[in-house]
Ligand binder design. Structure first.
Ligand SMILES: C[S@@+](CC[C@H](N)C(=O)[O-])C[C@H]1O[C@@H](n2cnc3c(N)ncnc32)[C@H](O)[C@@H]1O
Length: 230
């Protein structure tokens, strides 16, 4: 079956450039990143930083203007199981970028665990939630080179399901969808570190959203750019 192709809906400024501008505007005192890889987004921060990745591959200078940078080479679940970012920083996370494992339930946990260490005025940004093609959203990587894929070799996984999840379960959040190339950025504010709705409904959410199919993916794309700000 032919791929769907929404690439003109994510043809805006590249996500790294957008994040660079966001750092300049927000001027966070603390930055938290899950999923570092080569360090292209980590290097943008010039404040106290915590970053987590089971396999760092940085060969560039990622310290830049950071007064301190705590690097945890482990999964985000392992990190949150043994560490407290608020205690490490001595204050809440101001700005977080979530770009780790690209399975829905992983990003859901990363969001839940990160929000607990934010203040209401903090910002959480999530990557890859607007994948322009369907075959790049596979959970098993098999379809990445599907003969009908318009984006061969791309993999965004199924993290896009976090957006309908938050819209349904957390109407109190302000959610902004951007058209950043190549797979969008989702910006979440008006956070509540004491909220327990996502944790309480975790299993129900997985049952409800994890098996979403192509029809639901296309429905998502038809509706995702309507305004969800609280
Ligand atoms: C797409 S890359 C991050 C790219 C980087 N943020 C950037 O934009 O340049 C995803 C990273 O997530 C890491 N990762 C995979 N599973 C993870 C997990 N369970 N917890 C944290 N990071 C994970 C991978 O090792 C990989 O380096």
């Amino acid at each position: 079956m032919k791929d769907c192709n929404y690439s003109e809906r994510v043809a805006g400024v590249n996500y790294v450039e957008f994040l660079r501008v966001l750092h300049g505007r927000l001027k966070p005192a603390t930055y938290f990143e899950i999923g570092v890889q080569f360090g292209d987004t980590l290097k943008l921060a010039n404040c106290a930083t915590i970053c987590v990745d089971p396999r760092f591959q940085c060969e560039i200078n990622v310290l830049c203007g950071k007064p301190v940078c705590h690097c945890y080479q482990m999964t985000s679940d392992e990190f949150f199981g043994a560490n407290n970012p608020t205690a490490i920083f001595g204050r809440p996370i101001d700005f977080a970028f979530l770009d780790g494992m690209h399975w829905f339930e992983f990003l859901l946990r990363d969001f839940i665990n990160t929000e607990k260490h934010c203040a209401s005025r903090s910002t959480i940004v999530m990557h890859d939630c607007l994948p322009p093609g369907f075959y790049m959203t596979t959970r098993d990587n098999d379809a990445v080179n599907h003969p009908e894929s318009d984006f061969k070799g791309w993999w965004a996984g199924d993290v896009w399901k976090i957006v309908p999840t938050l819209i349904k379960y957390r109407p109190d959040l302000s959610i902004s969808i951007t058209d950043c190339a190549p797979t969008g950025l989702v910006i979440v504010t008006n956070l509540n570190p004491d909220d327990t709705i996502l944790t309480t409904n975790y299993n129900q959410i997985l049952t409800e959203f994890k098996e979403m199919d192509r029809e639901e993916f296309e429905h998502y794309w038809k509706n995702v750019f309507i305004d969800h700000a609280a």
